[in-house]
Structures are given as C-alpha cells and as structure tokens.
Write a protein that binds this ligand. Structure first.
Ligand code: GN1
Ligand code: MG
Length: 372
C-alpha cells in the first residue's frame, strides 16, 4: 500500500530516511503531521502541513509572509546577541527550493523543522502561562520594526469585529442551514454586546490604538516551551501574522489559556476565567512589551479578552449558521457547543472586568517601577 504522506514528504528537502508520520489533532484549520526521519542513526523530526485553501486563499503569499517574518525574527535576535536556533520557526523548502508544494489535486503543502526537546500546552498552569506571555510579548517586540506594509493580509479583516458581526448578520439573513431559530438566544446575547465588542476596531479607527504586527492566534499551544528549562522558546503558527492590535494577542491568549475548561466544553458550569492564570500571563506579556506599548494599550489590555472571546463566539455562530464549513467539527452541533462555551466565558470575563483591570494596572506599575 502506498503511503500518501510519504509521497508528499518526498517532495521536500528533508534530511535522512523517512520512517513514519503521525497526524496531530490540534488546530481547527490545517491538517498537521509530525514526520520522523532517520539520518545516520539520528532521529530528525519535521512538521508537514496541508494548508486549508478554503480558509487561506493565497497560500503562496502567506508563505512569503512567514518567510519574511521568520527572517526578520532571526536577524533581530542576532542583533541582540541572542542565538536564534530553536527559537524561530524554520521552513523546509521543496527539493526545487520552493516555499510550498502543490499536489496533483491542487492541495498545498508546507514543511517546518520540528523544534526539538520542546512542547506546547493545550492546558497551562500559571507558571507555564507566564512563559507563554513572555513568548508572545517577545514576538511583538522583535517584530516592532517589521515593515507592516509588506505583509499580505492572509485573511482580510481577520479581527475586524465589526465585519465579523456583518458576516453574522448575513448568515442569519440567509439561514442556509435552517438553524437561525434554534440559536435565537445566542444571537440575542451577542447583539446586545455588539457595540462594546466592536470597540477595539473603533479605537484603531480613531487613532487611539496603534496597528502593530501581531500574531493574531495566540493559543497557548502556539508557543513551544523548552523541555529542560520550561522557558518560552519559539512562537509557531504564523499563518495569521498581520497588522493588528496588541490587545488581540493579549486577549486571545487569555481567552484560551485562562479558561478553566476547554474551548468546546459542553458543561458551561465548568467554564470560568482563572484570575491567577490571567495575572501570570499578564506579567510575562508586560515584561516583554511595556517598553513600547503605549499607555492606552497597556491600560486597555483587559478589553482584548472580552473582544476576542465575543468575536470567536460570533465566528463559531456564523459557521454554525452556514452549515459548519470553516472550522473542523467532530460531531453535529460542535460549533454550537463552542458558541455556548465562549458566551459562558464572556459572561465570566465581564463579571471579572474590575479584577482584571486591577491586575493589569498593577503589573504595569511594577513594569514601570512604580511599586515594589
Ligand atoms: C483556528 O486552527 P487554529 O487552532 O490555528 C482559528 C483561530 C481560532 C481558533 C479557535 C485561521 O485556529 O482564529 O481562534 O481556531 N484560525 C483561523 O480554536 O481562523
Ligand atoms: Mg492558527
């Protein structure tokens, strides 16, 4: 029997002999495989991914972004006297030197070196979350002077919450999967919060918040930590690196890693925001970013948590109404479970708004040397 993954792997400039491939389950968009190769007795691991062209319309331009961003990160680390090895995602080109391979069916594939002796958490404790905060904070710092105009928007208006609401409106109107009646309550809950959830977009338009080069998908499992030291090593999943707000990266990370439960927990009574974890992440993030984030950004970080949680609820709901085309689902109604889980988290984040503000103000003061 032919192994299709082995055939695809044969197109890339990997070192050694192919041994095996294992599909990884994390991620809702691309298909990811961990490949094991053997090179003169030594094991080498690589990541092979099939890019979703339903989601990413121009994979080549996206790969050019990633090549540009990783080259910049490497240069920035070297300029600071830091060693970039294992700390920056490394693309493996095809044998012909291309950034990706298109298979005969039109499927788009790319490959990376698998960061050795490292791991990433789906569920983080406070100490690891502090490191995740450092990792994403350092990422923004190192990309501070990246020419944002050169970046192609791999998903236009990705975190434009106002546009996300317009997409929801259109999906309700069309109601192609005949589910709008069933989700009338969820729609209502989101619509009630529409103005507040669109406030980051407004603050950017008003010039209160600056645009930066941001990661835009800051789940804790997108930072690899060193297995020996537990320290943040390498930020991965650079598909959505685009101009955005620092609040997006901060907020999305806490949305995911600060939750007591999984993103698709069915029992919403298990869902809440853990302030200790949020505080740990904040500390890591602020340590790395408070030299350049503005007062407005630092002060408004908590708003990012609400916006990113509500926006994802809106995106899951839109996909549910459209018949589950965008996010991978494991069972009927999976997207609706995700909507309800995000709404439950959002309510708890709203309840803890004051406490979060205190945490952020306190960590910022420490960063600025105002407290001891
Ligand atoms: C998707 O597939 P993954 O884990 O990289 C999505 C994110 C969502 C996330 C929710 C390109 O990320 O925006 O926050 O699912 N990525 C894209 O789990 O839409
Ligand atoms: Mg992603």
């Amino acid at each position: 029997m032919t192994d299709p993954i082995r055939q695809i792997a044969g197109q890339f400039a990997f070192t050694g002999e192919y041994r095996s491939a294992k599909e990884l389950q994390s991620g809702l968009i691309n298909h990811t495989y961990r490949l094991l190769f053997e090179d003169a007795g030594a094991a080498r691991e690589y990541i092979l991914q099939k890019i979703s062209t339903y989601v990413f319309h121009e994979p080549r331009r996206m790969m050019e972004n990633i090549a540009g961003v990783t080259a910049h990160l490497r240069r920035a680390m070297l300029a600071r006297g830091e060693d970039p090895s294992r700390r920056v995602l490394e693309i493996i080109p095809t044998r012909g030197g291309d950034l990706m391979y298109t298979d005969p069916e039109g499927g788009c594939w790319r490959a990376y070196v698998c960061v050795t002796n490292a791991f990433a958490y789906d569920t983080v404790d406070a100490a690891a979350f502090r490191e995740v905060g450092r990792g994403f904070g350092a990422f923004q710092r190192l990309l501070y002077d990246y020419p944002a105009g050169e970046l192609y928007e791999s998903i236009p208006d990705f975190h434009n919450t106002a546009k996300r609401f317009e997409q929801l409106d259109a999906a309700i109107q069309k109601d192609e999967a005949h589910r709008a009646r069933e989700v009338a309550y969820e729609i209502d809950c989101l619509q009630q919060r529409r103005e507040r959830l669109c406030s980051i977009v407004r603050l950017i338009e008003e010039g209160v918040l600056p645009l930066r080069v941001t990661h835009n998908d800051t789940k804790s499992n997108n930072v690899m930590l060193d297995r020996d030291t537990g320290r943040a090593l390498c930020v991965i999943d650079l598909d959505t690196v685009m101009p955005g707000s620092a609040l997006y990266d901060y907020g999305d990370a806490i949305r995911f890693g600060g939750n007591t439960a999984a993103e698709d927990e069915k029992d919403v009574s298990k869902i809440s925001l853990v302030l200790e974890k949020a505080a740990a992440f904040t500390e890591g993030f602020v340590t790395e970013t408070n030299g350049f984030l503005t007062e407005e950004e630092l002060r408004r970080l908590p708003l990012g948590i609400e916006v990113m949680t509500g926006e994802l609820a809106c995106r899951f709901l839109t996909d549910y109404l459209q018949g589950d085309k965008y996010f991978a689902t494991q069972y009927d109604g999976h997207n609706l479970v995700r909507v309800r889980a995000q709404m439950a988290l959002l309510r708890d984040v709203e309840r803890k708004r004051g406490a979060m503000q205190q945490i952020v103000d306190y960590k910022n003061d420490i960063g600025n040397g105002y407290t001891n």
